[in-house]
Design a protein around this ligand. Structure first.
Ligand SMILES: NC(=O)c1ccc[n+]([C@@H]2O[C@H](COP(=O)([O-])OP(=O)(O)OC[C@H]3O[C@@H](n4cnc5c(N)ncnc54)[C@H](OP(=O)(O)O)[C@@H]3O)[C@@H](O)[C@H]2O)c1
Length: 286
């Protein structure tokens, strides 16, 4: 029951209507028996500073941050953890006695979502599709997973160049190499692991995929950060050729769980049956 001790958490974004975070976190609150609520705040970019100061004054304990505020907040916080400094993006704020601390839990969410499959990455060659914000977190995670090589394709060449600069200079990851459209399908055939971090194939553009359907085979592991639809065209094509596939729903769940651990300072665990349950709930809300 909500009372004067109830802790308030939330997510800020613009727009925010389609966020699954309230469903995810309120399920966590109930599952871990926390006296807490989690709400969505539609915060216009011009109100960002006021919103976090106001949240702090009201005693809001933690906020998740989504598009378009993940980078805009970098100049508005008091402290950034090491991952935020490296990745250059924020998805979690701790509002603590007037001090605003920033974290990013996407790299953790990606790695944790792999489960035992994370061992497939050591010394592997990986094809990464996309060079946006999510790709930064994934490259950072791939470096920690000790991959051998990361081939990167992006639709816009200008963004790809900026992304390579970021990998080399900010992340100090040198094993990345840019490829163009002509090389894309051949490299996709040769790489055992393919990760899509673009919005191609995401609802309502469900007919889109960056790869030809005949490049897949049964030695492939294809991961798509998109989770709406549950299986994108990329995943359906790969599955059809016998590849192992995974969508982004577990990444969403684990980045959220890590935020909640940061806010509560509790080592919250999510056993397999519970993971299955929340995955099912989220998927049914899409
Ligand atoms: N599962 C999770 O927990 C999780 C976490 C974060 C993000 N995501 C998903 O990851 C995707 C990217 O998010 P983001 O934050 O990285 O966005 P972003 O910073 O806006 O980057 C978007 C990327 O997608 C590419 N792109 C978009 N539409 C495309 C198309 N039709 N064809 C080819 N490339 C296209 C862009 O290429 P250009 O540079 O050419 O425009 C860019 O590389 C979204 O679908 C998001 O929902 C999932």
């Amino acid at each position: 029951m909500i009372n004067t001790s109830t802790c308030v958490y939330g997510v800020i974004g613009y727009p925010i209507e389609h966020s699954l975070s309230p469903v995810l976190h309120n399920w966590f609150m109930s599952n871990y028996k926390l006296n807490a609520v989690y709400v969505a705040f539609n915060v216009h970019p011009s109100e960002l500073k006021n919103a976090i100061k106001g949240g702090s004054a009201l005693g809001v304990i933690g906020l998740n941050v989504t598009i378009p505020h993940k980078e805009a907040l970098l100049g508005l916080v008091d402290e950034k953890d090491r991952d935020v400094k490296l990745v250059g993006a924020i998805n979690t704020l701790e509002l603590n006695a007037g001090k605003i601390q920033a974290h990013v839990t996407d790299p953790y969410g990606f790695t944790e979502s792999l489960g035992q499959r994370k061992y497939w990455f050591k010394n592997a060659e990986v094809l990464l599709l996309g060079a946006g914000g999510a790709a930064k977190s994934v490259v950072y995670a791939l470096e920690k997973l000790d991959v051998k090589k990361i081939w990167i394709y992006n639709r816009s060449a200008q963004r790809l160049r900026a992304f390579l600069d970021f990998c080399h200079n900010a992340l100090t990851v040198s094993k990345v190499q840019a490829i163009d459209r002509k090389q894309l399908n051949d490299i996709a055939f040769d790489c055992k692991i393919i990760i899509n971090t673009t919005s191609a194939g995401m609802y309502p553009h469900t007919g889109e995929s960056l790869l030809r359907s005949d490049v897949f085979h049964d030695a492939h592991f294809v991961y798509d950060l998109v989770y709406n639809p549950e299986k994108t065209k990329l995943l359906l094509d790969a599955e059809h050729k016998g590849a192992t596939i995974q969508n982004g729903i577990d990444m969403l769940i684990f980045q959220g769980l890590e935020s909640l651990r940061i806010w509560t300072k509790q080592p919250l665990r999510l056993e397999a049956p519970k993971l299955k349950k929340i995955r099912h709930i989220l998927q049914s809300r899409l």
